[in-house]
Structure formats: C-alpha cells, structure tokens
Design a protein around this ligand. Structure first.
Ligand code: UDP
Length: 256
C-alpha cells in the first residue's frame, strides 16, 4: 500500500525494463472482474474489482421521487449517489459526503443519462447508489462502468451500456488505465466515458498537462481499451442469463 503524499511519490513511474510500476505495458488494463445481481434488495446491482478498486452499485426505479419537488412532470430523473467509504483509502476519508463525491455523482449521472429513456417515465426517479469500498485510482470511471451494468441488471430499457476509463501521461509516455499512484504522480489524467449506441464520448475531463497533438492518440488508445472492458460487461450480463436458463432446464429435468 502506498501512502499518497506528494513528497513521497516515486521518482520514476516506469521500471528499467520499460514496464509500469505494477508490471503493466503502456496499453495494458489492470485486471477487471464484474458480477451482477448481487444485492437482493435492489432492483438491479453490480460489483466490480478493477485493479485494487472494489465498488458496488445498486439501482432502484422507476419509483416515486423524494423529495417530491425534485420530480419533473415531463420526464423521469436520474439521481446518482457516489460514496467513498472512510476505510477505502490509506488516509481516513471524512465520512460525510464532500464536494468531490457530489461532483463525481453529478458527472456519473451526466454520463449515464444519454442511454436512458427518461422521457418515458414522467414524475419518477431512477436512483443509483455507488459504494467504493477500496479505492486506487479511476474510481469515477469504474463506478460509471459498474453503474451502467447495474442499470442493465435492473432490466431498465437502455440504448446501450456505458464504459469509462482514465487514460493519461506518466513520465512523458501515454498510458491507459491510470493506477492511483500514476494518477497522483503523472503529468496528465483524462477520464473518458463512451456511450456505445452512438459511439460518442459522454465524459471527458482533464487534469494536468498534455500536448494537443497527443490527444488524438490517447483517445484512440482509450477507445481500444474501452472495447475490452465493454466485452467484459456484456459477458457478465450474458452469464447471468445463461445461468438462469441452466437453472430452469435443471428444474424442468427434475420434474420429468
Ligand atoms: N483518493 C484518496 N483520498 C481521497 C480521494 C481520492 O486517497 O479523499 C485517491 C483514490 O485512490 C482515488 C485517487 O486518489 O481513486 C484519485 O482520485 P480522483 O479524485 O482523481 O478520482 P478517481 O481517479 O478515483 O476517479
């Protein structure tokens, strides 16, 4: 575990052999595992382990809006509550939701809204609760990715899934999927989200320094990496339905 104090950042983010500190190549993702349908009280749920990040998402809706004054007569609303547990980072995080969590909640809602048919659900709310229980860089992207999966798990009509990841620049090199230490000690961090139904970017933030000429390359790399994450999302959903089908067939077999 690395204590993220600026003075203690490693001098180099690449090893002698050209690999990153965690052994990855420049375009290599951290290991990613996803599951759906894991919380019995939610309409839809999903869990992701992405490198050292561990995140749950629970979806509810369409349901009544509380407080009522937030409801809209002509469309449904999407509310996202991103929270980082106080034990999820090396330094104790204050338990009350801070400015960062409110901003990230808003960003995730903006990323996901384009794939929903909110106009079909006037006066109602869709709510997504995201709990980061272990954090190590890129939690807003991992949260967006797992929230999109939880929406699909809830059976909510969607135009497509959404996939997000952070790309950036460390020690002068463009890399995909920044780890926590790369996020803090690198030169640039660029979280992006892609809505697959129209192939558009629904989030693009930027923190740090990068040449404009590098932007095209890094966006291309981001899209290639996002496709790999998308495949994991799709396979995770498919596996759920394969397992339901297998159970039904087993039960039928038992009846014969
Ligand atoms: N982080 C932390 N304490 C905090 C907030 C963030 O240690 O209060 C760490 C955590 O590992 C997080 C990383 O810093 O993933 C980068 O945070 P950032 O705000 O850039 O958002 P993220 O990359 O998680 O979307």
């Amino acid at each position: 575990m690395v204590l993220l104090i600026k003075d203690e950042y490693p001098e180099k983010l690449f090893q002698e052999n050209g690999k990153r500190l965690d052994g990855r190549d420049k375009k290599e993702l951290r290991p990613i595992k996803m599951e759906v349908d894991i919380l019995k009280n939610a309409d839809g749920s999903a869990y992701i382990e992405w490198g050292n990040n561990k995140i749950f998402a629970a979806v509810f809706g369409p349901r009544e809006v509380h407080p009522h004054h937030l409801s809209k007569p002509d469309k449904g609303i999407l509310r996202v509550f991103y929270r980082m547990a106080t034990y999820s980072v090396f330094d104790r995080k204050r338990p009350a939701p801070g400015r960062r969590e409110k901003e990230i909640s808003m960003i995730i809602a903006d990323c996901l809204e384009p794939v929903l048919f909110l106009e079909l659900y006037p006066g109602t709310a869709f709510e997504i609760f995201i709990e980061v229980i272990d954090a190590d860089g890129g939690t807003r992207c991992a949260s967006t990715t797992v929230a999109s999966l939880a929406l699909a798990d809830a059976g909510i009509p969607m135009k497509s899934l959404v996939t997000a990841l952070a790309v950036g620049k460390i020690d002068g090199e463009l890399v995909v999927d920044l780890s926590g230490i790369e996020d803090k000690a690198g030169e640039g961090d660029l979280p992006i989200a892609i809505t697959w139904f129209n192939d558009e970017i629904s989030l693009l933030q930027f923190d740090g320094e990068m040449d404009l000429s590098e932007l095209d390359t890094i966006l291309k790399d981001a899209k290639e990496a996002a496709k790999k994450i998308y495949e994991i999302q799709v396979n995770t959903l498919k596996n759920k339905y394969i397992s339901i089908q297998n159970n039904i067939e087993k039960e039928k077999g038992g009846e014969d």
